[in-house]
Design a protein around this ligand. Structure first.
Ligand SMILES: Nc1ncnc2c1ncn2[C@@H]1O[C@H](COP(=O)(O)OP(=O)(O)O)[C@@H](O)[C@H]1O
Ligand SMILES: [Mg+2]
Length: 441
């Protein structure tokens, strides 16, 4: 364990350099377990109640700068957490199987698999507090770390969000609406569910899906048997959801401290291409009452589930303003990258503040912004564009801020970075993105 305020060598010897442009300043709470009724049970898998922030943690709070934050996972979310947190004076160590991971380039790294218990114990030895940057953390390892070290987020919410059925039940328990759904265990139950919910509908694996993987859109009865044959191979439980003809997809990121303070970031309007997030537009082009309701739902979910740290709430907004919660992520979220330059406090700093139990930062929007993801195929045109001044950006009065994650291989569809396009209005930012060569491919 490092000593708080022993700030010698920070930002140099251990490579915790905060690069300009990556760091930004971000900025929720009731005592855990108070209204965490829905999450406060111990289930058969042995996951402990609430968020763990109570368990042996009171004496450890707050975690002050100079302390070391251990991150399970070394991807871009960990990298951006380390950039933001190192500016506040924290040290970082990550556990990831890929050497020189995006986070490992900016923090110490333990190269090992996520299921490696000894490596996880080593992470705990080197850390004062542990967080995770992806959901599919081995649940046994997460529970072990929670018992043996300090994981303020706990493993209960992770357990809930790792499984779509558990997640939907928890969302409903928080008083929010989800798309009508049914558990599917056989072709017969799929047929029955499709008859009840109606088509089109979306068949999803309950675990392990991301960026649209593990999903089948079913438009006619003929598609049920082939989809079942395919989905069955995934070897996991399945859920059928009614297809929501939404007007907009939006997301709200909330942060909650162990002591209960909660703050939300402004809702983002999200545009997906091939099920991968392409754009986040902020302010979202939704009526004020829908915006307020989206924020209210995110707060209610964060409280009811006893979240600590960030929780991203993805929602569908119907044409009549009805909100359906689609899914949750108990970590920084791609649709929150816009906060890095566009908010007073970034989602990454806010997560660090929340898990360390520091006062949350102001989440006000400083500028309209559109975040556009850079996938592997966008890297060559982006690098080409970076060489020269861009008269069109000047003409439109936009300021595109580039973030790249240090991934070696620019594979097709792989998330390599993003650009936050700051502008006087989101139309100008969208106009710049539309005329740019970067996203033509
Ligand atoms: N029930 C649904 N109705 C309409 N569109 C859906 C539905 N479920 C998913 N989608 C679309 O597919 C995208 C990915 O689905 P999601 O459940 O968020 O999975 P993941 O992000 O884990 O791949 C959503 O962002 C949305 O565009
Ligand atoms: Mg999603």
């Amino acid at each position: 364990m490092s000593e708080p305020f022993k700030l010698v060598n920070l930002g140099s010897a251990d490579g915790l350099v905060c690069e300009d442009g990556y760091c930004a300043v971000p900025g929720a709470s009731e005592a855990p377990g108070t209204e965490a009724g829905a999450a406060a049970s111990t289930d058969a898998a042995g996951f402990s109640a609430g968020n763990g922030a109570d368990a042996g943690a009171a004496a450890q709070r707050p975690i002050l700068p100079g302390s070391t934050i251990g991150i399970l996972g070394g991807g871009q979310l960990g990298r951006m957490l380390a950039h933001s947190g190192s500016r506040l004076g924290y040290r970082f160590v990550t556990l990831d199987p890929t050497p020189d991971s995006p986070c490992g380039q900016t923090a110490q790294q333990i190269v090992a698999g996520y299921g490696d218990r000894e490596a996880a114990r080593e992470l705990a030895r080197r850390s004062d507090v542990i967080t995770y940057e992806f959901e599919n953390v081995d649940s046994d390892v997460a529970a072990m770390l929670e018992r043996e070290s300090y994981v303020p987020q706990g493993s209960a919410l992770l357990h809930t969000t790792q499984h779509r059925l558990r997640e939907k039940r928890a969302i409903e328990a928080a008083g929010a609406r989800v798309a009508p759904y049914a558990e599917v265990t056989s072709l017969e139950t799929l047929r029955g569910a499709a008859a009840r919910l109606g088509l089109p509908a979306v068949l999803k694996t309950a675990t392990g899906g991301y960026d649209g993987k593990g999903q089948w859109v079913l438009r006619s009865e003929d598609e049920l048997a082939p989809a079942w044959a395919e989905a069955e191979k995934a070897g996991t439980e399945l859920v059928l959801e009614k297809f929501i003809a939404f007007e907009k997809e939006i997301s709200v990121i909330a942060a909650r401290r162990p002591s209960g303070e909660i703050k939300t970031f402004p809702p983002a309007e999200n545009v997906h291409v091939n099920n991968i997030l392409h754009l986040s537009i902020v302010p979202a082009r939704i009526p004020d009452d829908v915006r307020a309701e989206a924020e209210r739902l995110a707060v209610s979910i964060a409280k009811t589930l006893g979240a600590v740290g960030l929780i991203a709430v993805e929602m569908f907004a119907g044409a009549d303003g009805t909100l359906y919660v689609n899914e949750l992520a108990p970590r920084p979220h791609n649709s929150g990258h816009y906060t890095m330059e566009a908010c007073r406090t970034s989602q990454f700093e806010q997560h660090v503040r929340a898990i360390c139990d520091l006062p949350l930062g102001d989440t006000s929007l400083l500028s309209p912004v559109v975040m556009a993801n850079i996938l592997g195929e966008h890297v060559p045109p982006l690098l080409e564009w970076m060489k020269e001044k861009d008269p069109e950006a000047e003409r439109l009065g936009v300021e595109p801020k580039v973030h790249l994650y240090g991934k070696a291989e620019a594979k097709n569809k792989r998330k390599m970075g993003h650009v936050n396009v700051l502008a006087d209005d989101t139309e100008s930012a969208l106009a710049w993105i539309t005329q740019s060569n970067i996203w033509r491919v």
